[in-house]
Design a protein around this ligand. Structure first.
Ligand code: AMP
Length: 490
């Protein structure tokens, strides 16, 4: 079996790897590093969790060992789709380059330009960036990419999903064509294939896992929930999730819970916290420093449940996550594999539990087709019988009706977050609306909701006045409201 010492890496790098506790290279490292050290382009088709970050960082550090950086002209460039992923690459670099004198700068959004400018001005060996922020610096005239000897594109398929491909093409065009390129993607969509054909030169193609295979160390389970209305489905899923978390007990050390929408991430996080569970959200709309702190707490074991969107959690390396939950089945089947790949890392065992409602059937079919097997079915322990699909199941439907102005996402989150709160008594709501000043007589429609008219009737009854409704001959139940109104002679 190949050992790190067989790989002709810089002895300083070997020392750092040794200290990190790595004994043997992972398959992608064993295959990619020799080609990379020979100066070849590398096309790595591998998921996160395979050790791919080290497969490009180790040869990069070895290659840059000789030579010096010039002001504003980084010698290498690593592009990652998200801030978290870029920060993670930077952390890896710090670990493996600790015995070298190489310098790095991390260019990500949400951080002031000033400090980043200073580092670039001084000259850096490795520039790690998200595409947008890199181009911002370039356009401000602070950066030249003509000195780039090695360029790395990590998680290219996610770049494609996020619409970064035009930026990537532009950045390729700003670097010298003599550069060496390492390009990583979990899957090879046609658009990715096109980019690699255009910008890579006779690359060593290394495919580690079959496209989108889930690790064998992950136990997967699918919990099918009964049909309900949309809002009731979310409530039911929250109940099921809490029941599962409780049933897993101490086996659940920590978990990442994925939702499809940021709004849902917020709602679920608030709901779990309200039920005294240790949960915090992470998604792209949250302040960067908060995202970083939340992630650090989760990594350090100070936070048990991380509620995440795909983009924020993509490629996160938290070495031990006991459970992954799909609160929503992902709409892209590849995301299923990425999500559950957060657990069962580095040979550890992990559990991935997905919730679904009948409306998710199409997503399930796509996932099972990709995995080429059916997901084992499980049941949500101790879950109450599925509520019937009536409006009363859902607090918002029972609240007083408001005008239908479009709601902002945060308002929606704030109001929807109350879903788990005790339902507002419908009778109270109606009584409140009945207490409004009377509308002009011609504004009242005979078809006014029955409960409102009933409430008006009961209000009148409470006031001890005679209900004249029965006396309006020929009107049946449909008595126009103005006919019932009292009037006094001045
Ligand atoms: P990555 O796929 O780059 O996100 O790496 C997944 C995890 O594997 C990270 O926590 C790395 O620190 C770890 N790792 C990388 N290479 C090795 C190795 N050769 N031996 C053991 N762990 C490794």
């Amino acid at each position: 079996m190949t050992q790190f010492s067989d790989l002709r890496l810089d002895p300083k790098v070997l020392k750092a790897i040794n200290e990190a506790g790595y004994t043997t290279p992972t398959p992608i490292q064993a295959e990619a590093i020799p080609h990379a050290l020979e100066g070849r382009d590398v096309l790595g088709i591998a998921q996160t969790g395979t050790g791919k970050t080290a497969s490009f960082t180790l040869p990069l550090i070895t290659r840059l060992g000789r030579g010096r950086a010039r002001a504003r002209m980084p010698r290498s460039l690593v592009l990652a789709p998200t801030r978290e992923l870029a920060a993670q690459v930077a952390e890896n670099f710090d670990t493996y380059a600790k015995y070298t004198r190489l310098t790095k700068a991390l260019l990500i959004g949400g951080v002031a330009f000033g400090e980043q400018d200073k580092l670039i001005d001084r000259g850096v060996d490795v520039l790690i960036a998200t595409p947008g922020r890199l181009l911002d610096h370039f356009e401000r005239g602070k950066l030249l990419l003509t000195g780039v000897e090695v360029m790395v594109v990590d998680e290219a398929d996610r770049m494609l999903d996020m619409g970064f491909i035009p930026d990537i093409e532009r950045i390729f065009g700003l670097t010298p064509f003599t550069r060496q390129t390492f390009f990583f993607s979990a899957t090879m969509a046609p658009e990715i294939e096109r980019i690699t054909n255009t910008f890579l030169s006779n690359p060593a193609r290394i495919e580690i896992a079959r496209q989108a295979t889930a690790s064998e160390t992950i136990t997967q389970e699918l919990i099918e929930l009964p049909a309900t209305k949309r809002d009731a489905a979310a409530k039911l899923k929250r109940e099921a999730l809490r029941a599962i978390i409780e049933a897993e007990g101490d086996k659940l050390e920590n978990a990442i819970i994925f939702c499809n929408r940021k709004v849902e991430v917020d709602i679920l996080s608030k709901s779990l916290s309200k039920h005294k569970l240790d949960a915090a959200p992470i998604h792209g709309d949250l302040d960067q420093s908060l995202r970083t702190r939340t992630l650090e707490r989760f990594r350090a074991g100070d936070l048990k449940l991380l509620i995440a969107s795909d983009v924020a959690a993509r490629g996160l390396d938290v070495p031990s996550v006991s459970h992954v939950f799909n609160f929503d089945l992902p709409s892209h089947p590849e995301d299923y594999v990425h999500r559950i790949g957060r657990t069962g890392r580095a040979g550890r065992s992990g559990k991935a539990i997905s919730l679904m409602v009948p409306a998710d059937q199409k997503y399930l079919e796509q996932i099972e087709q990709l995995l080429q097997r059916a997901l084992p079915r499980g049941t949500a322990p101790g879950l109450k019988a599925a509520p019937q699909s009536t409006p009363e199941d859902d607090a918002p439907a029972a609240r007083p009706k408001r005008s239908r102005a479009p709601r902002s996402a945060s308002k929606a989150a704030a109001s929807d977050a109350k879903i788990d709160a005790p339902a507002v008594e419908p009778v109270t709501a109606v009584a409140e609306s009945a207490a409004q000043p009377p509308a002009p007589a011609h504004g009242e429609q005979p078809s006014a909701p029955r409960e409102r008219r009933d409430a008006q009737r009961s209000t009148r009854d409470r006031g001890g006045r005679r209900d004249s409704r029965d006396n309006v001959v020929g009107m049946g139940d449909h008595v126009p409201d103005f006919l019932l109104r009292e009037f006094r002679v001045a």
